[in-house]
Design a protein around this ligand. Structure first.
Ligand code: NAP
Length: 490
């Protein structure tokens, strides 16, 4: 099988089987599916295709490892994660090449994703030994209260394709630190980097004599069929999902049956507010970062640019010039700053949303077309004169499209920002501290970036409100998702 975009040394080490109970093995059905490079559409690998039988085998292994893993000392869990972090750092270039090959990102972005993912592993290696409890006298006297933390138990981690290493790291590291065995269902479109990292964990578990069933990896082309029996099985105690709100709702319904603990990192529709006192060149730079990472295919991508009418021309001109300078191409080609979208359907969806906006009166300032040639590309696009009802504004575009709308007052800007079912992140550019504090109170999102286009950090709680999700990943909060609280009256 040809691997056009991967160095042979990396290609030779990508596991393409399922990981169950410490062994890479084919699917019970013998089936496999193809994983392609979105920049060329060429097939990279055929990967074992897990089904329900494999899922239950992985759960049996996780459940068998449960007590032993829980009994492993926090220090030993910390040291395992630290060793995985060091491995990720040592093989960062290999990992970045894989991220680019299966997801299309420019290599510089893939390197940043790998560093970001490794940061989660390091952070939770440090948190594993800092789990708090509580002891105190009951207020009425006569008893003492102990509050203890213990691991929830086997956890199913379902991840999307857009950050194939960061998403698994953000879930797996706190789960393992807390003492939970995990089963990972990576995205069908991008399961390779997950497998590469999983082999690092597997090897470290083996070298340390730790239970092999702690980590299962189940790439699959039939997500629903794979996860349904797991969600119905009482041995599974936790579901952590990152993906679309639509699929999140389906999973929440299934999880309700067994009253499963859930964490949900779902869709976004981030507003990017530029006020009349903003540093406009800085806002343009922040807009580029907030919009164009992974060609707009991030949950925290700025989806709507809300700009004060007095600075709209200057901002839109600056953004147009910045978009015009982007270089589309294969992520591994030096100089590329805008990669492809993940699949043909994504290009269709973006093209349709832009066409509808243009029909409704929007003006294309940059891009607005598909380039010729192979791969799933859509040109970085700036639209102005967009209306609040346009699809590019109401839906999560998940592509390289920046629709610019104007506002006259702060109140109007906040109302537009909040006028969505989503509440993941918002960005605002202003030099007025009083306004910043008003935005903190009034903008309905789980995260707010002030004068910056990126907010994510392993040490900070990432997550949304409203239909953007439940729970947090990262920071002190991230490990709480994998712990339950036990109260002892003494
Ligand atoms: P998706 O279609 O919801 O898929 C996410 C994961 O769920 C994939 O592994 C997918 O498997 C699996 N899945 C799909 N249907 C399922 C079902 N019925 N039962 C169980 N699992 C199922 O989302 P996506 O297109 O990969 O990712 C884009 C979305 O993720 C966007 O909405 C984005 O905002 C969101 N996202 C959110 C965050 C966050 O932290 N809030 C981060 C990144 C992305 P297959 O690959 O086999 O379909």
């Amino acid at each position: 099988m040809s691997t056009p975009t991967l160095p042979p040394t990396v290609a030779a080490h990508v596991p393409t089987e399922l990981l169950i109970d410490g062994v890479w093995r084919p699917a019970a059905s013998g089936r496999r599916f193809e994983v392609a490079d979105p920049a060329t559409t060429q097939v990279l690998f055929e990967v074992a295709d897990a089904g329900p039988e494999d899922a239950l085998a992985a759960l049996t292994a996780a459940d068998s490892a449960r007590e032993e893993w829980r009994a492993v000392s926090p220090r030993a869990r910390a040291e395992l994660l630290r060793a995985v972090f060091e491995e990720m750092r040592a093989h960062a270039e290999d990992l970045a090449a894989l991220v680019t090959a299966e997801g299309g990102k420019p290599l510089a972005e893939s390197r940043a994703e790998v560093a970001y993912a490794a940061d989660y592993v390091r952070w939770y290696s440090e948190q594993a030994v800092r789990l708090d409890g509580l002891a105190r006298r009951a207020p009425a006297g006569g008893a003492h209260q102990l509050v203890l933390r213990r691991p929830v138990g086997p956890a199913l981690l379902i991840t999307p394709w857009n950050f194939p290493i960061a998403m698994i790291a953000r879930k797996m590291a706190p789960a393992l630190a807390a003492g939970c065995p995990v089963i990972v269902k990576p995205a069908q479109l991008a399961p390779l980097t997950t497998a590469y990292v999983a082999e690092m964990v597997r090897a470290e578990l083996e070298a340390r004599g730790l239970p092999a069933g702690v980590l299962g990896i189940l790439p699959s082309s039939s997500a629903g069929a794979l996860t349904t029996p797991l969600l119905a099985d009482p041995r599974l105690r936790k579901l952590s999902f990152t993906g679309s709100t639509e699929v999140g709702r389906i999973l929440l319904r299934s999880a309700a049956q067994s009253v499963l603990r859930t964490s949900m990192e779902l869709g976004g529709n981030a507003p990017f507010l530029v006020f009349d006192d903003a540093d406009i060149p800085a806002a343009v730079e922040g807009a580029l970062a907030a919009k164009m990472r992974n060609s707009g295919q991030t949950c925290v991508a700025a989806n709507r640019f809300l700009v004060h009418e007095s600075v709209a021309a200057e901002f839109t001109d600056g953004l147009t010039a910045a978009f015009d300078r982007l270089v589309m191409g294969h992520g591994a080609t030096p100089g590329t700053t805008a990669g492809p979208l993940i699949e043909a359907a994504a290009v269709e969806r973006v093209a349709a949303a832009v066409a509808a906006a243009v029909d409704g009166g929007a003006r294309v300032r940059s891009g607005g077309h598909r380039p010729r040639g192979a791969g799933y590309f859509y040109a970085p696009t700036v639209l102005e004169n967009v209306s609040p009802d346009d699809l590019v504004v109401t839906e999560e575009v998940f592509g390289p499209v920046a629709p610019v709308m104007t506002f006259a007052t702060e109140g109007e800007a906040v109302a537009l920002a909040n006028g969505t079912e989503f509440g993941l992140v918002a960005y605002a550019y202003t030099r007025d501290v009083g306004r910043v504090m008003r935005l903190v109170e009034s903008v309905e999102t789980g995260m707010l970036g002030i004068n910056r286009g990126m907010v994510s950090d392993a040490s900070a709680p990432f997550g949304g409100v409203k239909s953007s999700g439940l729970g947090r990943e990262g920071g002190e909060a991230g490990i709480e998702e994998y712990l339950e609280t036990v109260y002892v009256a003494l």
